[in-house]
Ligand binder design. Structure first.
Ligand SMILES: C[S@@+](CC[C@H](N)C(=O)[O-])C[C@H]1O[C@@H](n2cnc3c(N)ncnc32)[C@H](O)[C@@H]1O
Length: 304
C-alpha cells in the first residue's frame, strides 16, 4: 500500500509532541509513540493521541463522515462559485488576520482542523518554511485532511481532543488557530511561544439568521462563542483584538440545507421535513434565499 506523505509520521513532529496525559516527551517505539511511563499511542492508521478512558462530558465524537463529505464538497466550491462569495470573503478575512504572523519556520496549530482547508490555504499563501499541524477528533475528518493536504509537505495531521490537554510541548507554537471548533483557552496559551497568537473565529449571531427564523427545530447558536477580549486578557493574554465581518450570499434551498447539514445543526434537521419549508420561503423571492454572513474573529497575543 502507498502511504500518503501526510499520513506518515514526520520526524520533526516528535520534537513538538508531548503525552496528552502526563506531558512527557514522546518517542517512537516501533509503530507506537511512548512517553516512558506507560502511555502509548498508535501512529497507524492515524497518529492517534486521544487517550482511551474517561472523556470530558462535552467531548463528542467530532464530525460524522457525512458532515466531512458535505464540508469537503462545499470547500471545493468556495473558490469558483459566486453563490459562495459571502463565506469566501469571510474566510479570506480570517486568513488575512493570520497571514502577517506567518514568518519563516513558524509553527501553526489548527484545533478542530476539519478537512485541513484553512491549513491548505495558508500554505498556498506562504510558500516559505512553515510547520503546519492539523488536530481533529474525527476520523472521517482526518481522512478528508489527508486527501486535501496530500501535496503539502510541511503538514502533519493528528487525532486528539481540543477539549483536553493538547499533545504538544509548552511554548512550541507560533500561531494557534480555532475556527468553528472547540478549544481550551489555557491550553492554547500553554502551547504558544512568547509573543505567539491565538486566532479564533466563529459565526456571529446574525449568521444565516434567515434559516433559524424559518426552521423552528433548529436551536439558535449562543449569542457569541468568541472569547470576549476581557476573557482573553483575564486568562493571561497580553493583548487582544476583535474583528467582525458581515456579508450576504444567495443560495438555493438545497444548498442552504447542505450548509447546515455539514455542521452540528445536522443533529436537529431532517431533509425531508425541512427542504419543503425552505423552498416555500425561497418561492417568495424567485427560488433563492438571501443569507446573512456574520463572522467574528478574535486574536489574543501571549506576552513576550
Ligand atoms: C465545524 S468544523 C470546523 C472545521 C474547520 N476548523 C473549519 O473552519 O472549516 C468543527 C471541527 O471540529 C472537530 N471537533 C469537534 N470536537 C472536537 C474535539 N473535542 N477535539 C478536536 N476536534 C473536534 C470536528 O470533528 C470538526 O472537524
Amino acid at each position: 500500500m502507498t502511504v500518503s506523505p501526510t499520513r506518515a509520521l514526520p520526524t520533526w513532529l516528535l520534537d513538538l509532541l508531548a503525552c496528552p496525559l502526563c506531558g512527557r516527551p514522546l518517542t517512537l517505539n516501533g509503530d507506537h509513540l511512548a512517553c516512558g511511563v506507560g502511555h502509548t499511542y498508535p501512529t497507524w492508521p492515524h497518529l492517534d493521541l486521544l487517550p482511551p478512558g474517561k472523556r470530558p462530558p462535552n467531548e463528542g465524537p467530532g464530525d460524522t463522515a457525512e458532515m466531512a463529505r458535505l464540508r469537503a464538497e462545499w470547500e471545493r466550491r468556495l473558490d469558483g462559485d459566486a453563490a459562495a462569495s459571502g463565506e469566501r470573503a469571510a474566510l479570506e478575512h480570517y486568513l488575512d488576520t493570520i497571514a502577517p504572523r506567518l514568518r519563516p519556520g513558524a509553527v501553526v496549530l489548527d484545533l478542530g482542523c476539519g478537512t485541513g482547508d484553512a491549513l491548505r490555504r495558508l500554505g498556498a499563501r506562504y510558500t516559505g518554511p512553515l510547520t503546519l499541524i492539523g488536530l481533529d477528533i474525527s476520523v472521517p475528518m482526518l481522512d478528508a485532511a489527508y486527501r486535501i493536504l496530500r501535496r503539502e509537505p510541511r503538514v502533519a495531521v493528528l487525532r486528539a481532543s481540543a477539549r483536553r490537554r493538547l499533545p504538544l510541548r509548552g511554548g512550541t507554537v507560533d500561531v494557534v488557530l480555532r475556527r468553528l471548533a472547540p478549544a481550551l483557552l489555557d491550553e492554547a496559551l500553554r502551547v504558544l511561544k512568547p509573543g505567539g497568537a491565538y486566532v479564533t473565529a466563529s459565526f456571529g449571531p446574525a449568521h444565516r439568521r434567515e434559516l433559524y427564523d424559518a426552521l423552528s427545530a433548529l436551536p439558535r447558536p449562543k449569542a457569541t462563542r468568541e472569547p470576549a477580549l476581557d476573557t482573553l486578557l483575564g486568562q493571561g493574554f497580553a493583548a487582544a483584538e476583535h474583528h467582525g465581518w458581515r456579508g450576504a450570499e444567495m443560495v438555493t434551498p438545497a444548498e442552504a440545507l447542505d450548509r447546515l447539514l455539514m455542521g452540528p445543526a445536522a443533529f436537529h434537521l431532517d431533509r425531508a421535513r425541512d427542504l419543503p419549508r425552505l423552498r416555500a420561503l425561497a418561492g417568495e423571492s424567485g427560488g433563492v434565499l438571501r443569507l446573512t454572513t456574520d463572522i467574528e474573529v478574535s486574536v489574543g497575543i501571549k506576552a513576550d
